[in-house]
Design a protein around this ligand. Structure first.
Ligand SMILES: Cc1ncc(COP(=O)(O)O)c(C=O)c1O
Length: 468
């Protein structure tokens, strides 16, 4: 692909590291002012403001610098890491700024936004299976280590075992908090991914303020909170919050100074992130919800005033299509729609909520097609005065325009299907299956008024939710 606009660059030979790297760290700290913090004052450190959008920019910078210093990474070398997220973005930023090749092995469950972001930064991606565990050749960490062994000049970063990871938090994140809090900190609430943040901060605060308590915020399903409380590693479950929680104790994680641990459900984490945006106007990622929820519980449980710090580890802009999208929240079961006890419960986008993407018979096919694309749906109802008068799907449009693309300007009325599969909400499952099995969508109409559509996707989502 050729790029359209040439961009002016400094002459080679005078190359310096891009100045953006100097913006890593020294992140702002702000006070929570509208949520109920009990007798305490709660402050959040906005790691989301790092140029790569997360706290991981810090370790990317320090792990690459350490490898340069001890000769594991030389000019022309390749930075290799297994990563499911922010570490990859940080490494891609720093490695490309320093002209290294960067190769990231990522599990195939990563969001499209993150993969596109990594590619746009110039990282090479090897996608691998997310359904295999340690010891399997396609497990992402084993694969990254193997590739690093095969590529000449490759440096395997290994954030889970790299001492430069906790060290950077001991030397930068900790001192920044200490100064920003005017040397008065009662507790630091922290999550654990690799354990770098918690370990580095534990060491720093043990030196400067041994009375400051370290508090763990852990997603429900992770084994870490249980380990802190009982010393035993229980069996792991699954969770949707990204970046924190583990099914093992990472080699660099030192949990010995953690005094209290909170296990936070996905529902509470996501609701707290959304509340944080509404109340404080802070757009954090999913783990920000876990950390803030744990910090709020800690604050409210205290009987004495205290000064508490936690993090906004990454920006919520990576999660707009997930937890900040009401439909995603409904589909995942985190927002409950009104229940009727009939087929209406399967309709996730309801006309009464203004949630149905629809067209009128007078709209052009181009308008209809663009609405389908933006909403990521394959069909739209054609409405007139709250009544469905037709359905238009992708194949209706294709049949109409394939010989003559100019026909995109024709009216929807010329291409829509008027044979409608209408069901009353009281109809049975068998009636619904009959409609869907004939490649149609079911139109739910109650007392003559349109309620919404049921597609195969809606039925599958409903069935999946019923097993969780
Ligand atoms: C999204 C995200 N990434 C990274 C971290 C820190 O992880 P680590 O233990 O690897 O320092 C956190 C901690 O809260 C987090 O929420």
């Amino acid at each position: 692909m050729s790029s359209a606009t040439p961009v002016a660059r400094a002459p080679t030979g005078a190359r310096r590291d891009p100045a953006i790297l100097s913006l890593i760290g020294n992140t702002p700290l702000v006070e929570i002012t509208r949520l109920d913090t009990g007798p305490c004052r709660l402050f959040v450190k906005l790691e989301s403001q790092n140029p790569g959008g997360s706290i991981k920019d810090r370790i990317a910078l320090s792990m690459i610098a350490a490898a340069e210093q001890d000769g594991r990474l030389k000019p022309g070398g390749t930075v290799v890491e297994a990563t499911a997220g922010n570490t990859g973005l940080g490494l891609a930023l720093v490695a490309r700024a320093k002209d290294y090749r960067v190769l990231l092995v990522i599990p195939d469950k990563m969001s499209a936004e993150k993969v596109l972001h990594l590619k746009a930064l110039g990282a090479e991606i090897r996608m691998t299976r997310s359904d295999v565990t340690k010891g399997h050749p396609e497990y992402y960490q084993d694969m990254a280590e193997r590739l690093a062994g095969e590529i000449p000049g490759a440096f395997y970063v290994n954030q889970f075992g790299n001492p430069a990871n906790p060290l950077t938090h001991e030397r930068t994140t900790g001192p920044e908090i200490w100064e920003q809090m005017q040397h008065d900190v009662d507790a630091v609430v922290c999550g654990v991914g690799s354990g770098g943040t918690l370990t580095g901060l534990s060491r720093f605060f043990a030196q400067v303020s041994p009375r400051s308590e370290m508090v763990l915020a852990d997603p429900e399903g992770s084994v870490l909170a249980g380990y802190v409380e009982t010393g035993k590693i229980g069996s792991a479950g699954s969770w949707v919050v990204e970046g924190i929680g583990e099914d093992f104790i990472p080699p660099i994680a030192d949990l010995s100074r953690v005094r209290k641990a909170y296990s936070i459900s996905d529902a509470e984490s996501l609701a707290t992130s959304r509340e944080l945006l509404k109340a404080e106007l802070i757009l954090g990622g999913s783990s920000a919800g876990t950390l803030v929820a744990a910090a709020l519980r800690y604050c409210r449980e205290r009987t004495q005033p205290g000064r508490v710090v936690t993090f906004i580890p990454d920006t919520g802009s990576k999660y707009l299509s997930k937890m900040y999208n009401d439909y995603w929240m409904v589909d995942q079961g985190f927002i409950d729609l009104k229940r009727y006890g009939d087929l209406r419960d399967l309709v996730s986008r309801r006309y009464e909520d203004r949630a149905v993407v629809a067209v009128s018979a007078e709209d052009t096919l181009l308008t209809a097609f663009q609405r389908m694309r933006i909403a990521d749906v394959s069909q739209v109802p054609v409405l007139a005065d709250d009544q469905v008068i037709g359905i238009l799907d992708e194949s209706d449009v294709l049949v109409h325009v394939h010989r003559q693309p100019e026909s995109f300007s024709d009216r929807v009325a010329t291409a829509m299907t008027q044979r409608l599969e209408t069901l009353d909400p009281s109809a049975g499952f068998a009636d619904l299956l009959d409609v869907l099995n004939h490649d149609h969508v079911a139109i739910i109409v109650k007392d003559g008024r349109f309620f919404g559509l049921i597609t195969r996707y809606d039925l599958l989502t409903y069935l999946r939710r019923s097993i969780t």
